[in-house]
Design a binder for this molecule. Structure first.
Ligand SMILES: C[S@@+](CC[C@H](N)C(=O)[O-])C[C@H]1O[C@@H](n2cnc3c(N)ncnc32)[C@H](O)[C@@H]1O
Length: 192
């Protein structure tokens, strides 16, 4: 388990994991496998570690950031997943919105700027896919609380999974086909 985390740490050092969700590789792998999705949009690439995980699970990944990382392409090449990843560095949120409006995808992973206005903007850009994962659901951390409150206000009600202190939230629209995915719903309801 934690295959990508170990491989990348060996090659790039443990700093590569800083600020990355890769600490939760096992949980995220389980979620993606249960959801049986084929494509994902990610907001917040950083060094491409989470994008590498998604691609290693066979997903087509469209990943967006506003800052380019010199390491991202190197990491994807090292793991031989470059052909599955489409990397967009956007000038600003409007450009990101414009590019996203022309894409279709099965699930979205929001892990960019965690300030409420920015994360809400990102949610609005991707919610039409009906299946959205938020990283850093932290209702007890002052910096993250407004975002957690926003996630809590969504309908249908979100699911939370992961260890307290560093959790993910999942929103599934009423008309999403994931509502028929009983294995996924059961796993989420159990708090993963
Ligand atoms: C927590 S890191 C992403 C970590 C990555 N998803 C992972 O798990 O390996 C957040 C990233 O969001 C980017 N970011 C900040 N504001 C953004 C915005 N408005 N749109 C897209 N990305 C943004 C930052 O430049 C940073 O690289």
């Amino acid at each position: 388990m934690d295959k990508i985390k170990s491989l990348l740490t060996m090659r790039f050092g443990k700093e590569i994991r800083t600020h990355s969700m890769i600490h939760h590789e096992e949980l995220m792998t389980k979620l993606i496998k249960l959801a049986k999705v084929q494509s994902i949009v990610e907001i917040g690439t950083l060094h491409g570690v989470s994008a590498a995980l998604f691609a290693s699970l066979g997903l087509k990944v469209a990943t967006f950031d506003i800052v380019a990382s010199p390491l991202a392409e190197e990491i994807w090449k090292y793991l031989d997943v470059s052909s599955l990843i489409d990397y967009s560095i956007c000038r600003d949120d409007e450009e990101k919105k414009e590019i996203l409006s022309g894409r279709s995808f099965d699930v979205a992973f929001i892990d960019g700027d965690h300030h409420l206005d920015k994360a809400r903007f990102d949610f609005d850009c991707v919610k039409r896919c009906g299946f959205v994962i938020f990283h850093d659901y932290k209702p007890h951390a002052p910096h993250f609380k407004p975002l957690a409150d926003f996630i809590d206000s969504l309908t249908p009600q979100r699911y939370i999974f992961g260890e307290p202190g560093s959790q993910f939230a999942v929103w599934i629209a009423e008309d999403s086909n994931q509502r028929e995915n009983l294995d996924l719903l059961e796993w989420l309801k159990a708090g993963a």
